[in-house]
Design a protein around this ligand. Sequence first.
Ligand SMILES: Cc1cc2nc3c(=O)[nH]c(=O)nc-3n(C[C@H](O)[C@H](O)[C@H](O)COP(=O)(O)OP(=O)(O)OC[C@H]3O[C@@H](n4cnc5c(N)ncnc54)[C@H](O)[C@@H]3O)c2cc1C
Length: 432
Amino acid sequence: MADGAQPASVVIVGAGQGGYQTAASLRELGYQGRITLISAEDVLPYERPPLSKAYLKGEAHEDQLCLRPATYYVRQSIDLVGATVTGIDPAARTVRLSDGSGYDYGHLVLATGATPRTLGVPGAGLRGVHTLRTAEDAATLRASLDGARHAVVVGAGFIGLEFAAVARESGCEVTVVEAQSRPLARVASEYTAEHFTRLHRSAGTRLLFGQGVAALHGDRRGNVAAVELADGSRLPADLVLTGVGVTPRTALAAAAGLPVSGGIIVDSALLTGDPHISAIGDCAAFPQVHSGNLLRLESVQNAVGHARLVAERLTGTARTYRELPWFWSNQLSTTLHIAGLDEEHDAEVVVGDDPDAFSVLLFRGERLLAVESVNRPADHMAARLLLDSGVKVSPGDVTAPGFTLQGHLASRRGGAGGRTISRSETMGARVT
Ligand SMILES: Cc1cc2nc3c(=O)[nH]c(=O)nc-3n(C[C@H](O)[C@H](O)[C@H](O)COP(=O)(O)OP(=O)(O)OC[C@H]3O[C@@H](n4cnc5c(N)ncnc54)[C@H](O)[C@@H]3O)c2cc1C
């Protein structure tokens, strides 16, 4: 808070992971003022990760997605409002809603998330072409998967590959089309990407890299029937999932005159240019701890961490956001955890001699940037502690005999198991 006093009311736009957590943390911290949590989605706040995993497989019911039951919001005096916020008046400190109503705020939190990008090609609007962001999207997709025979996934990021895994397990023929030369290009090292390429191929999924989509073709009833690639070839398809990234929802903020560039720009306390408005989660671009460069992350940890910081600030404890980012993904038999951020690594060191369970440590010079752990959850936990605590680990430490992340953390003694590999080496053979 600009003046140090608690605001009399907090209005939160967006009741996703970040919006829900802001409300919950405010109450946990003893905030007594009015909390209004406004959701454009007509369901209780829910978590998105199962949408491309357990829920899509039919292993989780809608109710299990909910972060809390309806009674929680009543008990906590959190006013859950189902409407879209259509405008902000920062001078009057009010928001306008789609139903014509309005709310005054002492503090406003923008937790508007992101929207999936769509393919800008002919046929992108055909029936059977999906994106996956909401519970509604997932329900539609799950129903379509039932009768589908040929699924084409455009984009080999987390969402595309998680969907491909479930579609393949459900008996569909699956082809993944990716414009880059490898999967997970934005989020994981070449070594880890190679592992996931092998994993999906061994499950019978076709992966095509360096391929763009030129058009989608439909049948007479307007259902998608084929995907035409940039080289002119065609893939049969009765279901297409587009997983080509998201665009942060910044329109409200921009219209209110707040600075926006690749996200709603906030400072290290997650305040926008207006001291009465914060922005958090997928929609917020915040300064990265080491470089100060603006960063926008899409993860549960980031949305929850942002929400907690804002709740603390609003209840009187100001701090700088410096939490370690971490991520996870489940695909087929494999869990990938990533701790830290790969800010242009120049060396990768692989730990572990099981081809299906290893960790890749990414270094820039002597600094450990991030650790990718495949089926090694204990490594992931140790990596988070290591990166968080500032305990030094160098490529030399890791290549010493007997090295383990856990051992290094506990005693700072070196150990075995890894060897440094150059970036160029990682495209081809695996290192064990
Ligand atoms: C299928 C899927 C799988 C994922 N898997 C993982 C995973 O395994 N691990 C992981 O860490 N992360 C995962 N994520 C990412 C993670 O779910 C997001 O990073 C997280 O939900 C971001 O939270 P948020 O609150 O910023 O945005 P969201 O959860 O997207 O919530 C934003 C909410 O704001 C609402 N809204 C927007 N504008 C308005 C408005 N004007 N008025 C009212 N409401 C508005 C939206 O409707 C939405 O409900 C996954 C995401 C998806 C889609």
